[in-house]
Design a protein around this ligand. Structure first.
Ligand SMILES: C[S@@+](CC[C@H](N)C(=O)[O-])C[C@H]1O[C@@H](n2cnc3c(N)ncnc32)[C@H](O)[C@@H]1O
Length: 381
């Protein structure tokens, strides 16, 4: 690759990393809140390092946070400091204070510093709350405008389909009903898949759980036929209630069940329940069951030593510990390992989507079975 292209690619990746991901209300809100909080602390010179240290692991927007931290412009900083001292004085002494230069001597300096410290935290919290809420609102409006511009995206149709999916679970046990409602509301995967132009056709949902993902896609009219299996009988019972007679859900162990031929296969948050050998074997069987041109959609934790990844792994382990998911020892593998395995089994990795979500680190991999199997090289994708 020519040098300027490499430079551009690295700059683009760096910029993306600094932004933390796509513009979402929660990201804008927390980034601005953090920036404002940091910006009013009397730690001049440390605002940028603090924004970087806090934002990067949390996938917040460093650029937005640092812009907000610049609230302490030279002309504004004295007003902020005076306000903080007054706030601190109200908390410590119950009254506002007149500030004299003489206080900068002797023991009063310590008291003044305490007032300033407490006032800075208070003012930071107030501004962060207000600014964060306003930023989230603005980002929400910006997102809506973006959605309107995107002709593939039909928010009304999407919302209706999600509602219809939720209603399917009305007679399911309350625990499952609430779980599904939350998943439909907060898990971005349905929308991410919707935004793919891919024709989903006949879909197999491997480790379908309660089935809400497949049913939402079905309600969205994106699926021709849907089959799902999971080894958890309780979840399959719930999925069957919701499926009515539209979908075929069955209790099966993905380690041994023959995978039906399909245009699209979903393996969402399932691989890490299997040993590495079984993960590889499942990907091989799945790749073989895809029709030419068909797509495999895998989502899993990208196993790496980052805060988000370790936190996600910890949450998954908690899920098993508290019997929310049936499983034993969890085995997390990296995005690289997933991609390599898919290529080894003859698929072309066509895209990865880092799942939006506060703190968590899930990656969606898209892999296509080429029409011409000889067209795949081990370095494809
Ligand atoms: C975190 S849940 C994800 C469920 C679903 N894919 C979704 O997106 O909601 C993982 C699911 O994998 C299922 N699972 C784990 N190991 C399995 C196996 N060997 N055979 C079938 N299902 C399995 C669990 O029962 C659980 O429902």
């Amino acid at each position: 690759m020519p040098k300027h292209r490499t430079f551009l690619a690295i700059s683009r990746r760096l910029f993306h990393r600094l932004r933390g991901g796509r513009l979402e209300p929660w990201r804008a809100g927390f980034s601005v809140a953090l920036g404002l909080f940091v910006g009013v602390q009397p730690l001049y010179g440390l605002h940028l390092p603090l924004c970087l240290i806090i934002c990067l692991p949390l996938r917040l927007d460093v650029i937005l946070a640092y812009a907000a931290a610049n609230i302490s412009l030279p002309l504004v900083a004295p007003i902020i400091v005076l306000t903080e001292i007054q706030l601190g004085s109200l908390v410590l002494d119950g009254k506002l204070v007149a500030i004299h230069l003489s206080q900068l001597r002797g023991g009063s300096v310590v008291h003044l510093a305490a007032q300033l410290g407490i006032g800075a935290v208070l003012l930071g919290a107030i501004l962060a709350t207000l600014g964060g809420l306003i930023a989230a609102q603005i980002a929400q409006l910006a997102m809506k405008a973006r959605d309107r511009k995107d002709s593939r995206w039909d928010p009304r149709g999407f919302a209706d389909a999600i509602l219809r999916t939720r209603l399917r679970y009305e007679s399911a046990p309350a625990k499952d009903r609430h779980y599904v409602a939350n998943k439909l509301r907060f898990d971005p995967i349905i929308r991410v898949i919707c935004e793919l132009k891919t024709h989903l056709g006949d879909v197999v949902d491997v480790g379908c759980g309660r089935g809400q993902l497949g049913l939402a896609l079905y309600e969205l009219g994106r699926i021709q036929a849907l089959t799902g299996f999971d080894w958890d009988e309780r979840k399959i019972a719930t999925a069957r209630i919701a499926a009515r007679n539209d979908v075929d859900y069955s209790t099966e162990d993905v380690q041994s069940v023959p995978i039906p031929e399909a245009d699209t296969i979903l393996i969402v948050d399932v691989l890490h329940y299997l040993t590495i050998e079984v993960q590889d074997n499942l990907l091989e069987r799945v790749a073989a069951s895809l029709r030419p041109g068909g797509t495999l959609i895998v989502r899993d934790v990208d196993a790496r030593r980052t805060f988000g990844s370790l936190l996600t792994q910890f949450c998954e382990r908690l899920g098993v510990h508290f019997n929310m998911n049936r499983g034993g020892m969890l085995k997390f593998s990296s995005r690289q390992w997933h991609s390599d395995a898919l290529r080894r089994h003859g698929l072309r990795v066509t895209g990865t989507v880092t799942m939006p979500g506060l703190f968590l680190d899930n990656v969606l991999l898209l892999a296509v079975r080429p029409d011409d199997p000889d067209g795949v090289s081990p370095t494809d994708g």
